[in-house]
Design a protein around this ligand. Structure first.
Ligand code: ACO
Ligand code: OAA
Length: 386
């Protein structure tokens, strides 16, 4: 095989079909089960989008009521998940804590290895992840657990559990939109990881913990945390230009910019930037938007590389009050819906995912002193030849 035949990073490779979402870089669009994501973000609660991604249709009023009731039943942090989280150092990265907590949820589930129960397991994780992430936000600050409130919907309750006070509707709405935008994005690295693990017939919890590991990296979900290093380093908008020049001269990768699939801008950014603008107005934090715009402009003047979703969501989460290392766990709470929809799809039409590699290591050689006569004979080729 010629090296030019190798698709490094699987770039441009179509690995399978999917009915869950369509990322179209030519039209700069993203559809969840056919619906444009910006329409969903403007009109739907995250709960309805989760239902859509799992079941293919938006819920009826009655289905949404039933889904919300069930979610409320499964919201609380299980005692042994809290105990395991409490046993971890407060300095641990929250992604490591969340990954470990998801493992405990899996170990608690008697149906963990029952593939027929995948949607049930998906729902359990979706319902409990806000409690895990919100408690981690508090635990690392030495604060006590805040139990869920049955009178609040998903996004409002998530913020309640994280901060122990009711969030303003503007904040709830922006947060809900971020969850909708983060919910699904075809064969990104973490979703593909979940599909690889599922393809071996492993259980859903194993696939999700592996996906959490893949999401942690700064080239993927971890970028929403790394974006805040950029904002901190830049400090004020008037420094953005010099900072960008210096960063590009030093061949730095600018976090929150660029995308494997979108080359003309990320379809989700206009919606998330608009949510960030509303948060900036609500918190009277114009300087955040000034830095955002100055960085985007400085990059555009130098390279045709556009912001991705992590660029507006990072500062949005910071304004809401989340600690920076909690940003990627928030992404987990949203993306678990996409991951699990893909796990169900992979299992329904499975083929083991196992690509080939071109070996470029040393030619065959032998351990000194080993006599080939002492080694077991490989009879398979002899039989073939016979
Ligand atoms: C929700 C998400 O996961 S979205 C992605 C979040 N990740 C980030 O924000 C991390 C920063 N971005 C990046 O590292 C990249 O843009 C990726 C990993 C997302 C996509 O990378 P690829 O598809 O492999 O693009 P590739 O690396 O081929 O980039 C093409 C060119 O643009 C440059 N480039 C791409 N992104 C950036 C960036 N953020 N900063 C500086 N240069 C960049 C590359 O250096 C390369 O330049 P070259 O042709 O001179 O070598
Ligand atoms: O699609 C990708 O490669 C990364 C991404 O934007 C996502 O997972 O949301």
């Amino acid at each position: 095989m010629a090296e030019s035949d190798i698709k490094k990073g699987l770039a441009g490779v179509v690995a399978d079909t999917t009915e869950i979402s369509k990322v179209n870089p030519d039209t700069n669009s993203l559809l969840y089960r056919g619906y444009p994501v910006q329409e969903l973000a403007a009109t739907q609660p995250f709960e309805a989008v989760a239902y859509l991604l799992w079941h293919g249709e938006l819920p009826t009023e009655a289905e949404l009521v039933a889904l919300r009731e069930r979610e409320r039943e499964l919201r609380a942090l299980p005692d042994n998940v809290k105990q395991v989280m409490d046993a971890l150092p407060e300095t641990a990265h929250p992604m490591d804590v969340v990954r470990t907590a998801v493992s405990i949820v899996g170990a608690n589930d008697p149906k963990a290895d029952d593939p027929e129960a995948d949607l049930e397991k998906a729902f359990r994780l979706y319902a409990v992840l806000p409690a895990i992430v919100a408690y981690e936000q508090r635990r690392r600050n030495g604060q006590a657990l805040v139990p869920p409130r049955a009178d609040l919907d998903y996004a409002a309750n998530f913020l309640w559990m994280a901060f122990g006070e009711e969030a303003h509707p503007t904040v709830v709405d922006a947060f809900n939109q971020s969850m909708v935008l983060y919910a699904e994005h075809s064969f990104n690295a973490s979703t593909f990881t979940a599909r690889v693990v599922t393809s071996t017939l492993a259980d859903l919890y194993s696939a999700v913990t592996a996906a959490i590991g893949a999401l942690k990296g700064h080239l993927h979900g971890g970028a929403n945390e790394a974006v805040m290093d950029v904002f901190r380093e830049v400090g004020t908008a008037d420094r953005a230009d010099a900072w960008m020049q210096d960063a590009l001269d030093s061949k730095r990768t600018i976090m929150g910019f660029g995308h494997r699939v979108y080359k003309n801008g990320d379809s989700r950014v206009p919606t998330m930037r608009a949510a960030l603008v509303r948060l900036v107005q609500h918190y009277e934090a114009q300087e955040v938007l000034d830095i955002y715009d100055a960085l985007e402009r400085s990059m555009a003047e130098r390279k045709p590389i556009k912001p991705n979703l992590d660029f507006p969501s990072g500062p949005a989460y910071a304004l809401i009050g989340f600690d920076v290392p909690i940003f990627t766990p928030l992404f987990v709470a949203a993306r678990v819906v996409g991951w699990t929809a893909h796990i169900v799809e992979q299992r329904a039409n499975n083929a083991l995912i196992r690509p080939l590699s071109e070996y470029v290591g040393p030619d065959e050689r032998h351990v000194e002193g080993v006599s080939q006569a002492d080694l077991p004979e490989d009879t398979s080729t002899i039989e073939e030849e016979a």
